[in-house]
Write a protein of this length. Structure first.
Length: 372
């Protein structure tokens, strides 16, 4: 079937429903898929080496949240981010960019819990993820909203329309329902989940169902789908780092699907992203585990009270408060906790730092690994 000509200034209401028609795989795509699958499987096995896989939600997953927000030109410093994470009760007092990143992480965790409960990707979950990302009660954009994708202010021909997503009564809802059905269908579309993730990511971004926050919502959806398909146990694939480093190629191959129905370069790109980021996340996990073991040996030799539980707590996130130690050293007075923190500081395991009127204890080894 001949594809209708693409006009970037008109709503793309003839965006084809899934699954794609025609040939989307060739030898090169399948070769890259094999490399990506192997790397992802190695990452999933490596996560089991962590004493508590949930701890990486505050480390590697937080880096994914930071990078994903940077793609949308939302930048924050590591210090602001770690401070906000360790002091979530005062989140409203932190800077707007750090707040956005923390909300991304919360949206990721919300979606993770949803799919673990329901066992599938649901439209309600996608909407909840968006609402968390944007801190809003809005849902799918309304039919009259004149949404356009334009070139950024720093780009050549700034402000020029490069894409107009579907629009109209029931149009977005129909295409989103089709996308959700495609993701959950395990019988009619016999496509490997990794390939499906790439196809679905294009489709979600092309539908552009929300007034804002589509990029971040779509990247969270990628990770949750891989979790739902048991390809990874936790949403820790650091895909946004690769997208930032190859941003032009990301948008070029994405646009080629829209304008020419050219799926192969896009799927190849996404498989390369999975392969490279799986290896990167693997290196981070290796480095974290090695550092945890070295710190445990060092701490146990110097301090009688230091144990594995304390050591693990110090690696849950880079910026810690005294309550972190209080949670693991049970029935200890504030005086004892302060004494322990002083001893950890003297050993160089933690570094105290006053920020405003608050005192944080920094695991500089963990920061070095995450930001290296």
């Amino acid at each position: 079937m001949t594809q209708e000509p693409f006009d970037r200034n008109k709503p793309y209401n003839h965006l084809p429903l899934l699954p794609p028609t025609g040939e989307i795989l060739d030898v090169e795509v399948l070769k890259q898929w094999g490399l990506a699958s192997r790397a992802l499987a190695e990452l999933n096995r490596n996560m089991l080496r962590l004493p508590n896989p949930n701890m990486i939600i505050n480390t590697i997953a937080l880096q994914e949240a930071k990078s994903s927000s940077e793609i949308e030109n939302i930048f924050t410093t590591g210090e602001e981010l770690y401070k906000a994470l360790s002091d979530s009760a005062n989140l409203e007092k932190t800077n707007p960019a750090a707040k956005e990143v923390i909300r991304y992480r919360e949206a990721l965790w919300t979606g993770y819990n949803d799919i673990k409960t329901s066992g599938k990707i649901e439209l309600s979950t996608i909407i909840r993820i968006f609402q968390k990302v944007k801190n809003t009660n809005q849902g799918i954009r309304s039919p009259q909203s004149l949404v356009y994708i334009k070139r950024g202010d720093s780009e050549f021909r700034a402000g020029e329309v490069i894409y107009t997503p579907p629009r109209g009564a029931g149009v977005v809802e129909e295409k989103l329902t089709n996308l959700v059905d495609y993701l959950n269908d395990l019988e009619k579309t016999e496509v490997d989940p990794l390939i499906k993730m790439a196809i679905a990511h294009y489709q979600f971004e092309a539908i552009h169902p929300f007034s804002d926050g589509n990029g971040r919502t779509g990247r969270i959806l990628n990770l949750l789908y891989l979790v739902n398909q048991n390809l990874i146990s936790h949403p820790v694939l650091y895909l946004s780092k690769y997208i930032i480093e190859h941003k032009d190629q990301y948008y070029h191959t994405l646009g080629a699907v829209t304008q020419h129905g050219s799926w192969k370069p896009w799927i190849t790109y996404m498989m390369q992203a999975v392969e490279h980021t799986s290896k990167h996340s693997n290196h981070l996990i290796d480095d974290i585990i090695n550092q945890m073991n070295a710190t445990l040996d060092y701490g146990k030799k110097a301090l009688k009270w230091y144990n594995r539980e304390v050591n693990e707590a110090l690696f849950t996130q880079p910026y810690l408060k005294s309550r972190t130690l209080e949670h693991v050293v049970k029935k200890s007075s504030r005086t004892t906790i302060n004494k322990y923190l002083t001893e950890l500081t003297a050993l160089g395991i933690l570094t105290p730092k006053e920020i405003g009127n608050q005192l944080f204890y920094i695991n500089t080894d963990l920061i070095r690994i995450l930001e290296g």
